[in-house]
Structures are given as C-alpha cells and as structure tokens.
Design a protein around this ligand. Structure first.
Ligand SMILES: [Zn+2]
Length: 213
C-alpha cells in the first residue's frame, strides 16, 4: 500500500492593526411614534408574547420606558479599516431573533451612514455587559462561527465590526483566497476603545470564546 505523504504546511501568523478606533455618535434621535398598541386581554393585563429580548439580562433596562421593544443600537457601516463613517447610536424596534443575534427595524434616518436607511431591518448583538448593543451583518454572523476572538483587554469587546474576510482583504490582500495557510492569526485594534483584540481561525491557547458567548 502506498502511503500518501502530505507536505507540512507552514503556520502563518500575521500581526497587524485594523486601524484607529471610532466611537459612536451619541446624538441619537428619539424613537418615532407609530401605531404601537400593547395588546391586552379582557382583564386588562398585557397578553404574553414570545419576546425574549425583553427579559435578556444584557438588554433589560435599555429599552425605552414607553416603547418596550425600542432600544438604542450602535450602528456602523463597518470598522475604521473599511469606512470613515462614524458609528451612530440609533433607535431600533426589536422584532425577533436570528441565531445569537436579534433582528429589528431602524426607526431613525442615519446622519452619515450609507449602508442602512430608516425602515431597514438590521441584526444586532447584545453585550457583553457594559457594552451597548451593536449592529452585525449576516455575513459577519456566518463567518464568525469559524473564528476565535480574544476580547479587547480594555473594554471586553468580543466581536469585530467587519467580517474577517473583508478585513483580511484589506490588511493582507495577497492572501485572499489562499488555501495553503494553516493558521491565520492577527491582532486588531478594538473598534470601541482602541484596545487590542486577537483574531485567529484556530482556538486561542488558554481561551475558549465559545464559553463566553
Ligand atoms: Zn475595547
């Protein structure tokens, strides 16, 4: 029997910054009025509905007092590597879940963002504690499953504002599409506070981010 010997592939570890951090524009408008009307049963009590976001410990206390599904979300066109547009804090009416993310409708017009419009449906993630809910894209959520991120040491941000493939295309354009890289690892400046995150397509030694999600 012949033995197939595969060449040993070199581990490629890449270190690069993702760019300066950017803080959201805190001048969010207030949620708009709508035909919202809380359904009530005959006794006058609210009808129980399947709205898990209302009891999510990471979101409790963040909803508008008069609009229990409206919450401020940090919305961005992407991280500073991919856009110069400053993130904005925008009102979102939560409508459901999509895996680990929530989905909701944008209630305001963005001031400078170009990837979203009033009325669009977006996805966002809650937390971790102390961090405002922030927008993610379906592409990011899909790619995120294959990546490990060591959270920012300063603020604990465990996510990126860009899909890893989009970041790599900008930071390491020559590597896009390469199949012969055994490990891809790079550092990235946190897009909230400028701290450092470590991103890898292999588990990071001593860190299992799945247990923190
Ligand atoms: Zn940070």
């Amino acid at each position: 029997m012949r033995v197939l010997v595969l060449p040993c592939l070199a581990v490629l570890s890449l270190v690069s910054g993702c760019g300066k951090s950017s803080k959201p524009d805190a001048t969010a408008d207030k949620p708009v009025q709508s035909d919202r009307s809380e359904k009530k049963d005959r006794a006058g009590d609210p009808v129980k509905t399947d709205k898990p976001w209302r009891t999510d410990p990471l979101l409790v206390g963040r909803f508008h007092p008069d609009y229990p599904d409206d919450i401020q979300v940090t919305v961005q066109d992407g991280g500073p590597r991919l856009t110069k547009h400053v993130p904005e804090s925008m009102w979102v009416r939560v409508t459901g879940q999509a895996g680990k993310a929530y989905r909701g409708t944008l209630l305001n017009k963005p001031h400078n963002l170009t990837s979203v419009r009033e009325g669009d449906e977006i996805l966002f993630l809650a937390g971790p504690k102390g961090i405002d809910p922030f927008r993610v894209t379906p592409k990011y959520m899909q790619e995120r499953k294959r990546w490990h991120i060591l959270p920012c040491r300063k603020c604990g941000m465990p996510e990126l504002f860009d899909a890893p493939s989009d970041l790599i295309a900008v930071i390491f354009p020559k590597l896009t599409g390469r199949k012969d890289i055994e490990e891809m690892k790079f550092t990235c400046f946190c897009q909230l506070c400028g701290g450092v995150q470590l991103v890898s397509d292999k588990p990071i030694k001593g860190w299992d981010d799945r247990s923190h999600r």
